[in-house]
Ligand binder design. Structure first.
Ligand SMILES: *[C@@H]1O[C@H](CO)[C@@H](O)[C@H](O)[C@H]1NC(C)=O
Ligand SMILES: *[C@@H]1O[C@H](CO)[C@@H](O)[C@H](O)[C@H]1NC(C)=O
Length: 403
């Protein structure tokens, strides 16, 4: 006890403060109930419309036999039937898996063949080991702190993703046009999830993403997700975001305007990939990476896509996918719906995190390195600064590591 406690009590006895406090509680409660009701309405929304688009499905696989067998292969077949076999082209690229991914993909290829699905399924024998023991080339290699020269992970991945896009260009030059590219990660999904994704924001977007879960309720891909102000998520659970615009939409389960997302499945319009200087996946320049910076190829693509500004990038919080069956089932169970009390605590956790932390420190480290890099040559430019983090990723035999 003591004087301070008394003065707090005395303050509280001031009628005006009591009224203000009661008003605040009332407004906050109404705010939270409003979110609760809006979410309930969103969950009752009608099912997404049937597909009317021509869709190029792009997927890249590496050591994914388990999820392929568990769900992905059959989901893909069900999806193609739902979208209409004549509306779909499938492009799958696999390389260097040391589990039996190739066998499952051969089996899938045979099934797609019986259904007369148009497709390119490439199985390559080039392994990570082959890649990293090559003679270092002009691009994609970097000097790591130990002094060794190592192969950067991101340009390597960007190259794989571009391989998956290759047939799109050939098809287009032959007059076979696909208006939408659907990128599918090695995730568990249903045809309904994809229809809902395609219908994001009434079907109007440059890119639309699902939300991915490996270990619910935490979303997975923090490396590629940036809110409408280009900041990282403030928390890995709902409502995720720092910026007002992104948070407002996420709280109400509306399409969330973001600067970048990838998170499991992504639908993008195909035109930017087919212009004379086409949009492609890339890493940041090696010279910039050597300042100990890295950015996801899946974020940089949004930074480079002219349609990000004109049509927008949206994360659809109603489309949730999982990296295995358990994760998928958990996020789709009745118990995953947040209660009014759960909303209350999550909203406050988000507020407290926003009020007590700032992205400025992390972002200024990145900014000052980019500035140093640009000073060396004024022609240097990096549009995707918001994608960058203070990391360096290099490939090794069984995967990749931080250095
Ligand atoms: C998917 O994999 C499972 C398990 O190996 C198999 O039973 C099923 O036939 C496969 N489906 C397709 C379409 O390849
Ligand atoms: C799914 O992934 C989670 C987290 O990685 C793991 O704990 C769980 O055992 C996995 N479930 C299955 C069926 O593999």
């Amino acid at each position: 006890m003591g004087r301070r406690y008394h003065s707090v009590r005395r303050l509280y006895r001031q009628p005006i403060l009591r009224v203000l406090f009661a008003l605040f509680l009332l407004c906050d409660t109404l705010h939270i109930l409003n979110i609760y009701w809006t979410q309930a309405a969103a969950r009752r929304s009608p099912p997404p419309p049937r597909n009317t688009r021509r869709i190029y499905i792009a997927a890249q696989h590496w050591n994914t036999a388990r999820v392929l067998r568990e769900r992905w292969n059959n989901s893909l077949v069900a999806l193609i039937k739902e979208l209409g076999i004549e509306n779909v082209y499938v492009s799958i690229y696999e390389s260097g898996s040391y589990d039996d991914t190739k066998d499952v993909l051969r089996e899938l290829d045979a099934t797609l063949g019986e259904l007369q699905v148009k497709r390119t399924i490439s199985l390559s024998d080039v392994s990570h080991k082959d890649e990293i023991t090559k003679q270092p080339g002009d691009h994609g290699w970097i000097k790591i702190p130990s002094g060794d020269i190592a192969l950067r992970r991101i340009p390597f991945l960007a190259n794989l993703r571009n391989q998956v896009l290759q047939p799109l260009e050939t098809l287009s030059s032959q007059g076979h046009l696909y208006d939408t590219v659907l990128f599918l990660n090695d995730v568990v999904f249903t045809p309904q999830d994809v229809l809902r994704l395609l219908d994001t924001n009434g079907g109007s977007y440059g890119a639309a993403c699902s939300l991915d879960f490996s270990n619910p309720p935490y979303f997975y891909d923090t490396f590629a997700l940036r809110d409408s102000n280009g900041h990282e998520a403030v928390m890995q659970t709902w409502p995720y975001f720092r910026s007002y615009t992104s948070r407002y939409a996420a709280e109400r389960l509306l399409p969330v305007p973001v600067a970048s997302c990838w998170n499991g499945m992504v639908a993008m319009r195909s035109e930017p990939f087919l212009t004379p200087s086409p949009l492609r996946f890339r890493g940041i320049p090696d010279s910039l990476g050597s300042y100990h910076l890295e950015g996801s190829e899946c974020c940089l693509i949004h930074a480079d896509n002219p349609q990000s500004a004109t049509r927008g990038v949206f994360l659809n919080p109603m489309v949730q996918v999982g990296y295995n069956g358990t994760a998928y089932d958990v996020v789709h169970s009745k118990s995953a719906e947040i209660s009014a009390f759960g909303i209350y605590t999550a909203i406050w956790e988000n507020r407290i995190r926003r009020w007590t932390t700032s992205p400025l420190f992390k972002e200024s480290v990145v900014h000052s390195r980019v500035k140093k890099w640009r000073k060396k040559d004024p022609a240097r430019e990096e549009r995707g600064e918001f994608c960058l983090v203070n990391e360096m990723h290099v490939l090794h035999e069984n995967g990749w590591r931080h250095v």
